[in-house]
Write a new protein. Structure first.
Length: 118
């Protein structure tokens, strides 16, 4: 089992920045692909970015150039640095963990709210 807990959300003005953290406990963190997703009111959960244990990253088009995903395997923590935030980035942000070779995420955090005011 892996337990995930997000933090770092909040209210920020458009153009501002936030850094989200996802602290993991349980089984070997470094073995998992860590992903960030978000869900805005009335919309489905959407992919934002993921990072492999090797450090290779992949981003949704909406995140490219503004968001940076990273991980610190020694601290069992993944991060999402969000810059140049826009009101449309307002959502609950979730982190997830999945095993290499799987497409579905095995574990999810409870989410952290990000609100960007115009």
């Amino acid at each position: 089992q892996v337990q995930l807990e997000e933090s770092g959300g909040g209210l920020v003005q458009a153009g501002g920045s936030l850094r989200l953290s996802c602290a993991a406990s349980g089984r070997t963190f470094s073995a998992y692909i860590m992903g960030w997703f978000r869900q805005a009111p009335g919309r489905e959960r959407e992919f934002v970015a993921h990072i492999r244990s090797s450090g290779i990253t992949y981003y949704a088009d909406s995140a490219k150039g503004r968001f940076t995903i990273s991980r610190d395997n020694a601290k069992n923590t993944a991060y999402l640095q969000m810059n140049s935030l826009k009101p449309e980035d307002t959502a609950i942000y979730y982190c997830g963990a999945r095993s290499t070779g799987k497409t579905e995420y095995d574990y999810w955090g409870q989410g952290t709210q990000v609100t960007v005011s115009s």
